[in-house]
Design a protein around this ligand. Structure first.
Ligand code: FAD
Length: 505
C-alpha cells in the first residue's frame, strides 16, 4: 500500500499531524507501537496554558503561541478543554510582587483573549482561596488557563484524522525504513507479523523515541537531539474545596501545581529530573514523592503524607536539546529537523499538548515542497469530534443532554458529556434506560461504553479503557478491573478490532 505521509507515533503531535495532513487531502498512515497516548501524552499536567514560568526564560514566541491556542482549543473541544482559575500565593523572599505583576500583565496582553478572565491581585486571608493555605499567605494573584483531558485529546485528534481518511494503526511499530529518492519503504510490525508500506514522506513524531527512531530506524544522522526530562505527579485525596487550582512557588524557583482532579482528588506536580536512560515507561521515585509532598506541606495548612497518595504517574518530556545546563531551563519550544537527502523525513523535537495543532500546521508547511497538491492550512476554527457544541457552552449542552437522558443521573451524564461531547449520543444510541446499556461494571461504566470504545476508539485492553480513555481505573476495585479486561477480550474476539486499517497494510 502506498501513502503520501507515514506518521510515526500516536501521541498528541503525531495525531495532530495526521489530522492536519488528511484534511489537506493527503493519504496518511499513522503507526503507534502501543496505545494512543500511551507515552508522554497521557502523563502531562493536563494544562492548555501559555506557561507563566516560561516568561522568566524569555520564551515569548512559545508563550504567545500557547496563549493564542488556549482560546482555539476551548472552541475546538469545549467538552475536553475548560477554563481553570489559578491562585498564585505571594511569598516574601521568593519572586517579588512587582515581577509577578509584570509577568501577569504580559500573560494578559501577549495574545488575544475573549473567553478567559484576566489576572487580579486578591486577598487570601479569610477567603476561600486562602482557606487551605498556611496563615502566612496574606495576598496572592489569580489568572486563568485551561485544563484538558490529555489522553482524550489525543483520541479526538485521531478520530478526526480517521474521519478525514487517515488510517490509524495501534499496536503497530515502525521497525525500519529504507529511503529511495522519491519514497520510503517502511517495515511495520503488529501482532499478525511484519508488512511493508510505501510513503512519499515520513513525519517522525515518536516523542521520547524521536532520536532513536531517527538513527536506528531511519538511519539519519542529525545534529539535533532530544533531551529527556522525567516529570512525575501524585494524585492525593482532595486537599481543598473549590474548583480553582494553585500554582505554588518553591524555593528552588520551580513551581508546583495543585489541581482539582476527577471530582474527589487533587493532582500535584510536577518534578523535572534529567533522564539519561533509554526511552520507555518510567515511574515516580521516592525522592520525587518526597519533593512533591514537601512542596505541598510548605504551603498548605493541613499536612499531606504518603498515605494520602492514591496514584502517581510519570512521563518523559522529549525536549529539544538547546544546550542549557539545567533541565528546568531547557527550552519548552519545539524544533523540526527536515532531512531531504532523498524522500523527506521530518522529525519533531519537543512541543506541548497546548500547541500540537499549531505544530502540526508548521510541520505541514515544512513538508509543503513534497506535497504541491496539498490544500492550505485549515484547522484554525475547526472543531474536534464531539466538540460541535453550540455557543451557549458546555453547561447548556449538559443541561440539554440530562433532560434528554434523565435515566443517566447527574454524575454519569456529566462524565459522558465531558468525555465524549456530542459523540455521547453515538455511544448511547436509542437507550432510554440503564438496562439498555447492558451489563454494568461500576461507576456508570457499561457494556455499551466498552463496546463503543473498542469499535470507535481503538481500545484493545482494560488498561486502554480504564487509564487513558477514562480514569475509571482510579475508582474501580481489582475485581471490577479484571471484569473489564475480560469483557474487552471477549468484544475483540467477537468483533475483532474495528479499525480495518491493518487489512490494507
Ligand atoms: P508522545 O506522546 O510520547 O507520543 C510518541 C508516540 O510515539 C508514543 O506513543 C510511542 O509509543 C510512539 N512510538 C515511538 N516509537 C515508535 C515506533 N518506532 N513505531 C510506532 N510508534 C512509536 N504540555 C502541555 O501543553 N501542558 C502541560 O500541562 C504539560 N505538562 C507536562 C508534564 C509532564 C510531566 C510532561 C512529561 C510533559 C508535559 N507536557 C505538557 C508536554 C506534553 O505532554 C508533550 O509535549 C507531548 O505529550 C508530547 O507528545 P508527542 O506526541 O511528541 O510524544
Amino acid at each position: 500500500m502506498a501513502y503520501d505521509l507515514l506518521v510515526i507515533g500516536g501521541g498528541v503531535n503525531g495525531c495532530a499531524i495526521a489530522r492536519d495532513a488528511a484534511g489537506r487531502g493527503l493519504s496518511v498512515l499513522l503507526v503507534e507501537m502501543g496505545d494512543l497516548a500511551s507515552a508522554t501524552s497521557s502523563a502531562s499536567t493536563k494544562l492548555i496554558h501559555g506557561g507563566l514560568r516560561y516568561l522568566e526564560q524569555l520564551e515569548f514566541r512559545l508563550v504567545r503561541e500557547a496563549l493564542e491556542e488556549r482560546e482555539t482549543m476551548l472552541a475546538a473541544a469545549p467538552h475536553l478543554v475548560r477554563p481553570l482559575k489559578f491562585v498564585l500565593p505571594h511569598e516574601r523572599g521568593l519572586r517579588p510582587a512587582a515581577l509577578i505583576r509584570l509577568g501577569l500583565f504580559l500573560y494578559d496582553h501577549l495574545a488575544r483573549r475573549t473567553r478567559l478572565e484576566g489576572s487580579h491581585k486578591v486577598a487570601l486571608e479569610g477567603t476561600p482561596f486562602g482557606a487551605p493555605l498556611k496563615g502566612a499567605y496574606k495576598t496572592g494573584f489569580t489568572y486563568a488557563d485551561c485544563w484538558v483531558d490529555d489522553a482524550r485529546l489525543v483520541v479526538v485528534y485521531a478520530l478526526a484524522a480517521r474521519e478525514l481518511g487517515a488510517e490509524i494503526c495501534v499496536r503497530t511499530r515502525l521497525v525500519e525504513a529504507r529511503r529511495l529518492p522519491d519514497r520510503w519503504i517502511a517495515r511495520c510490525e503488529d501482532e499478525a507479523g511484519a508488512r511493508e508500506v510505501e510513503a512519499r514522506a515520513i513525519a517522525n513524531a515518536a516523542g521520547p523515541y524521536v532520536s532513536q527512531t531517527l538513527h536506528d530506524a531511519l538511519r539519519i544522522t542529525s545534529k539535533k537531539h532530544a533531551r529527556l526530562v522525567k516529570g512525575s505527579h501524585i494524585v492525593t485525596r482532595r486537599l481543598y474545596e473549590g474548583e480553582h487550582a494553585y500554582i505554588l512557588q518553591n524555593p528552588d524557583k520551580r513551581v508546583i501545581f495543585a489541581i482539582p482532579y476527577e471530582q474527589e482528588l487533587t493532582l500535584v506536580g510536577t518534578t523535572d529530573v534529567p533522564f539519561d536512560g533509554a526511552p520507555g515507561p518510567v515511574e515516580i521515585s521516592a525522592e520525587e514523592v518526597a519533593y512533591l509532598l514537601a512542596a505541598i506541606n510548605r504551603c498548605f495548612a493541613q499536612s499531606v503524607a504518603e498515605a494520602d497518595i492514591v496514584w502517581s504517574f510519570s512521563g518523559l518530556r522529549p525536549l529539544f536539546d538547546d544546550g542549557a545546563v539545567q533541565a528546568s531551563v531547557t527550552t519548552r519550544d519545539y524544533a523540526f529537523d527536515l532531512d531531504r537527502a532523498g524522500a523527506p523525513a521530518l522529525s519533531i523535537f519537543g512541543g506541548k499538548l497546548t500547541t500540537a495543532r499549531r505544530l502540526a500546521e508548521h510541520a505541514l508547511d515544512e513538508l509543503a515542497s513534497a506535497f504541491p497538491q496539498a490544500g492550505p492550512a485549515w484547522t484554525q476554527g475547526a472543531t474536534l469530534p464531539g466538540g460541535d457544541i453550540p455557543d451557549d457552552g458546555f453547561e447548556a449542552f449538559l443541561t440539554q443532554f440530562q433532560r434528554e437522558r434523565p435515566f443517566l443521573g447527574e454524575r454519569l451524564a456529566r462524565r459522558l458529556a465531558r468525555a465524549y461531547g456530542t459523540r455521547a449520543e453515538k455511544l448511547l444510541g436509542e437507550a432510554t434506560t440503564m438496562a439498555a446499556l447492558g451489563r454494568g461494571f461500576g461507576c456508570g461504566l457499561t457494556q455499551a461504553e466498552l463496546d463503543y470504545l473498542v469499535r470507535e476508539e481503538w481500545v484493545r485492553s482494560g488498561e486502554d479503557a480504564l487509564w487513558r480513555r477514562s480514569k475509571l481505573g482510579l475508582m474501580l476495585d481489582e475485581r471490577r478491573r479484571a471484569e473489564v479486561n475480560e469483557e474487552i477480550d471477549s468484544l475483540l474476539r467477537r468483533h475483532g478490532p474495528q479499525d480495518a486499517a491493518r487489512d490494507d497494510l
